[in-house]
Design a protein around this ligand. Structure first.
Ligand SMILES: NC(=O)c1ccc[n+]([C@@H]2O[C@H](COP(=O)([O-])OP(=O)(O)OC[C@H]3O[C@@H](n4cnc5c(N)ncnc54)[C@H](O)[C@@H]3O)[C@@H](O)[C@H]2O)c1
Length: 243
């Protein structure tokens, strides 16, 4: 596949990881945008696809600008669920291409499917409960993680006995229909998600552990190459399945 010229929006931990990998793989990184050097709809840029690993607060403005510029993009930043409808509308109206995911690691896409299958099977059996815990480094701004929300929504879709997500912990006894999703922040953990399935007889612990950020960067770069010269809105899983 033809390598697109890349712009990076947000030059923090992920942006730097994407930059290093892109250069190592022979991509041209033509622009790097930061909070003091934001992407600007009044300027002309040479890049083909932008990869946004900025922060939740910045995403909506960035999407407006990218749509005005008619540029395709990969949305790696998380925490923009409340803006989802407006963002999709902007992308459709602009006729650009977008790939998004709360987790660009291929391993997490496999993990999503494992959790989906487990949650489907639970419907057949009484006596099992299911809950979810995630841990990330101390700098992470959103909580629970976008990945945990994606996993929780998969469980809610598949397992009929859980009807809502409960995230806070100061509530006393939990209702059986609530899916408890909890978070811990500390240290340098790149991302750990565990789904617990528990009964009186046994416990199943399904864990995905990101060892570092390289898998996210590789997935985002793969998505950027794939979305080059395409239009429409795609999840990363669509990209993997269509490749
Ligand atoms: N989808 C995934 O696979 C995945 C993986 C890891 C992290 N993330 C998400 O990516 C985002 C970034 O994570 P990080 O660990 O690199 O955070 P970080 O804090 O290290 O970096 C974010 C950078 O974005 C910059 N920024 C803020 N507003 C901006 C703007 N308007 N324009 C340009 N830059 C701006 C900040 O100054 C900062 O340097 C977070 O939302 C995180 O949850 C997603």
């Amino acid at each position: 596949m033809e390598k697109p010229k890349i712009a990076i929006i947000g030059h923090g931990s992920m942006g730097k990881e994407v930059e290093a990998l892109a250069l190592a793989q022979g991509y041209q990184v033509t622009d790097i945008f930061e909070i003091d050097n934001k992407i600007d709809s009044n300027k002309i840029y040479n890049f083909d696809v932008a990869i946004d690993f900025s922060l939740p607060d910045a995403v909506y403005e960035n999407v407006i600008t990218l749509c005005k510029l008619k540029k395709n993009f990969v949305l790696g930043a998380t925490g923009w669920h409340s803006e989802k409808d407006r963002i999709f509308e902007l992308v459709k109206n602009a006729g650009v291409g977008m790939v998004y995911s709360s987790n660009f690691s291929v391993g997490m896409q496999i993990f999503n499917k494992v959790v989906k299958t487990a949650a489907q099977m639970l419907n057949k059996f009484d006596g099992y409960d299911i809950m979810l815990h995630e841990i990330h480094h101390k700098r992470k701004k959103d909580s629970p993680s976008g990945t945990a929300i994606t996993l929780a929504n998969i469980i809610l879709e598949e397992y009929k006995k859980k009807t809502r997500i409960l995230t806070e912990t100061e509530h006393g006894q939990i209702e059986p229909t609530s899916l408890h999703v909890t978070s811990t922040r500390g240290g340098e953990i790149a991302g750990l998600h565990t789904v617990y399935i528990d009964s009186i007889a046994d416990t199943i612990e399904l864990t995905h552990r990101a060892k570092n950020r390289s898998g996210f960067a590789l997935g985002a770069l793969t998505a950027a190459t794939w979305i080059h010269k395409k239009t429409g809105i795609y999840e990363f899983l669509d990209v993997i399945e269509k490749m």
